[in-house]
Design a protein around this ligand. Structure first.
Ligand code: ATR
Length: 279
């Protein structure tokens, strides 16, 4: 039997074990995925101990996504550019780091919205989630505006991805939201505003929502945030964070097993854990 872990602190509320174990079972693989709560001071020792034969790979979550990098043997270009690893793959005693949050988030958006080339995209937030989304969007010929409560942090994120970017990148504070949203095709919420248990909060005033805007909230708990519900009320198309969660996991699954991930099984597992229904 081989083992996969979710390394984080705390990790008890994660949906990743349910999602990955459903996938391993579906394909009849003798692999388990379990929680590894690792206190920050123990991360190095824990990761060093993973170069053993029965270790297949791991997911990495808060607060270890940045710190884990210095304990790995290699880090791929995307994860390096983002400065965060969410997936470890064990190959021949070597630990490799990847970032599937970035690719998973944009794959979900492209699938639901359509081609992103030429789109005007506004992203709210400049933390870890935003960084992954913005880096991946910057690989495309689109227009990207990063708005954050702390405008200076949006500027630093914009500066850090601008050099290698194909996108036109702008940034600012939340005071610019009304003006920027007016010309946008897509609005992405990459802040935790609206996440359980603060489900009555939305990062966007209702009056700024309109039918032609596509609204993507990377939050998956709740499945339908206040922002998404209000966007649906005005007739806007929406996408929640469950598919991003599943796609980042599916990509990791493929790297660990060499098999195509049973995406629908993984999505069912996530939706049923969150009490949701298939769309
Ligand atoms: P994550 O890894 O989920 O992105 P993070 O790195 O802590 O979490 O980043 C959270 C982001 O959401 C930040 O951009 C934060 O804004 P600040 O940089 O000003 O702190 C933003 N955020 C958090 N709470 C917010 C709120 N109540 N209103 C607006 N933005 C908020």
């Amino acid at each position: 039997m081989k083992h996969c872990y979710l390394i984080g602190y705390p990790v008890s509320h994660s949906l990743s074990p349910v999602m990955h174990n459903a996938a391993f079972k579906r394909l009849g693989l003798d692999i388990t995925y379990s929680l590894a709560p690792v206190e920050p001071g123990r991360l190095g020792a824990y990761v060093n101990d993973l170069r053993r034969d029965d270790f297949l790979g791991a997911s990495v979550t808060i607060p270890h996504k940045v710190e884990v990098i210095r304990h790995l043997d290699t880090v791929d270009a995307t994860a390096s550019a983002i400065g965060a690893v969410n997936t470890i793959v064990h190959g021949d005693g070597r630990l490799e780091g990847y970032n599937t949050d970035a690719t998973g988030a944009v794959k979900a958006l492209r699938e639901e919205y359509g081609e992103l080339e030429g789109a005007e995209i506004v992203v709210l937030g400049a933390g870890g989630a935003s960084r992954a989304v913005c880096y991946q969007l910057s690989r495309m010929d689109c227009s990207l505006t990063i708005l954050n409560r702390t405008a200076d942090k949006a500027r630093r994120l914009a500066d850090s991805i601008r050099d290698a970017s194909y996108a036109r990148i702008k940034c600012g504070g939340l005071a610019e939201l009304g003006e920027r949203i007016g010309g946008a095709d897509i609005l992405v919420n990459a802040t935790p505003v609206g996440m359980s248990p603060e489900v009555n909060a939305s990062p966007v005033p209702f009056k700024l929502l309109r039918p032609g805007l596509f609204v993507y909230d990377v939050i998956y708990n709740p499945l339908n945030t206040k922002l998404l519900i209000e966007a649906q009320t005005v007739g806007a198309r929406t996408l929640g964070g469950a598919r991003m969660l599943v796609y980042q996991g599916a990509e990791a699954f493929q790297m660990w097993t060499g098999r195509e991930a049973p995406v629908e099984t993984m999505l069912e597992a996530v939706l049923s854990s969150l009490g949701g229904r298939r769309r």
